[in-house]
Design a protein around this ligand. Structure first.
Ligand code: HAM
Length: 424
């Protein structure tokens, strides 16, 4: 026998036992996004490598070591998208969506990063992302954050997540701060680890979110970014906080929150949970007023976020919030005896016409009652609809409830759609 071929490390299959949870999550994401006036956009999975280098930043972990980059047959350098914001900006620009207008867009799909796989961290993972273009005022920051808060409420996990909030100020304020931070770090260079020493030269703000306790120790007394804010940045952030307060959305201010992508300015945020172990960030985003212009468009402010669907699904499963997920099959149709089969299939088609949303699975492959009941039970259906020769003569079916305590009953053929309707 030849050797079986395995999936690529860090790239997972999503099996039928999980896809119904994914579908439930995706339908909540879609519905809430449209509740807030966002429309779907779909971008290609592959983009020019330059798009990500120019937006995420040359000296970020993603661009330096995590991208799946290859030359195609023409010799063009292409990259499997590691995130959706840059492709969304590219698509909006290219298709004239940003020309003197606001846009509220969302997208969902696979992203690729060559990270070390572990629980909640994969090389192919799925994001739901949302971007609002053309609005510079803090109202949209709070509106988008409140949309994320609604997602957790609807998914039943709001008590298990915390919102962390920070402001990165403007590019100029950050540049001034960077100089002060580098001067501070240079004096303590011997206390830094190799990674932080390297970052100090390339991307000093990232030293702030080092996980190394020794580095955190060295940072005590470091200058604070907020001390470099001018009036506008201060007021913008205060407005975001005020709006979140008035909506009753709690947050923790975290001045170490700097994000791993370079395009942010002003408001940044992350939703974190302690129920996932090391990969506790389920959703992250912020403002990126310079990105559209940086990618060749007309200066247009932006605000958005992305969440990791795998992390949400893991969280829902570990918190046992998946009991109300609809099973793949609502009703299983058992047919006993060759003489009833043709009628059974005709009836099933009539019922599907009458109740298009019902998931009705016909038994195929014959067999006795025991075998068919076993299949019915395994299908996850709530009821088994049974048609035998006696039933056919009486134009009735027998309904057996597979979950709960309901007694078996007999139903006329034309009453079955009512029952199916109730199962949805
Ligand atoms: P990000 O922080 O790189 O931001 O990713 C957003 C979310 O994607 C993370 O919080 C996490 O839930 C999920 N995620 C990231 N990497 C992995 C992975 N290797 N495995 C599983 N899940 C992962 C962005 O991507 C920005 N584009 C967000 C944004 C949109 N900012 C403004 N608009």
């Amino acid at each position: 026998m030849s050797k079986t071929i395995q999936a690529v490390r860090g790239m997972n299959d999503c099996l039928p036992s999980e896809t119904n949870i994914w579908q439930m999550v995706e339908s909540v994401l879609r519905r809430v996004a449209s509740n807030y006036g966002f429309a779907e956009i779909r971008m290609p999975i592959v983009e020019s490598t330059a798009l990500f280098k120019r937006s995420i930043g040359e000296v970020t972990d993603i661009v330096e070591k995590e991208m799946y980059t290859f030359d195609d047959r023409n010799g063009d350098s292409l990259t499997l998208r590691p995130e959706g914001t840059a492709p969304c900006v590219r698509a909006a620009n290219q298709n004239g969506l940003l020309y003197n207008q606001e846009q509220r867009l969302w997208y969902m799909g696979p992203m690729f990063r060559h990270e070390r796989p572990q629980k909640g961290r994969y090389r192919q993972f799925h994001q739901f992302g949302l971007e609002a273009f053309g609005i510079a005022t803090p109202d949209i920051d709070a509106e988008v954050i409140s949309l994320t808060a609604r997602l957790w409420k609807e998914l039943g996990i709001n008590e298990h997540v915390t919102l962390e909030l920070n402001s990165l100020g403007s590019n100029e304020e950050r540049a001034e701060y960077r100089d002060a931070l580098v001067a501070f770090l240079t004096e303590r260079e011997e206390q830094l680890d190799e990674d932080s020493k390297r970052r100090m030269l390339t991307n000093p703000l990232r030293v702030l979110d080092s996980k190394n306790p020794a580095v955190q120790e060295a940072l005590v007394g470091a200058p604070r970014l907020s001390d470099y804010f001018g009036e506008e940045s201060k007021e913008h952030f205060a407005q975001v906080c005020r709006r979140l307060d008035s909506l009753g959305i709690e947050y923790e201010l975290n001045d170490k929150l700097v994000r791993g992508l370079d395009y942010y300015n002003r408001t940044v945020f992350e939703w974190v949970t302690s129920s996932l172990g090391a990969q506790g960030t389920i959703c992250a985003g912020g403002r990126y007023d310079g990105l559209v212009e940086q990618l060749g468009g007309k200066s247009t402010p932006g605000f958005g976020f992305a969440l990791g669907i795998e992390r949400l699904v893991l969280m829902l499963t570990s918190l046992e919030k998946v009991n109300n997920v609809r099973p793949q099959v609502d009703a299983y149709f058992i047919m006993l005896g060759d003489s009833v089969e043709l009628s059974a299939y005709q009836l099933a088609e009539q019922w599907r016409d009458a109740v298009p949303d019902c998931r009705l699975q016909n038994h195929c492959g014959g067999g006795n009652m025991k075998k068919q009941m076993k299949r019915a039970d395994k299908s996850g259906a709530q009821v088994a609809i049974i048609l035998g020769e006696n039933e056919l003569q009486e134009q009735k079916v027998t309904i057996k409830y597979l979950r709960g305590q309901n007694e078996q009953e007999s139903l006329a053929f034309d009453q079955v759609p009512n029952l199916l309707e109730k199962l949805i």
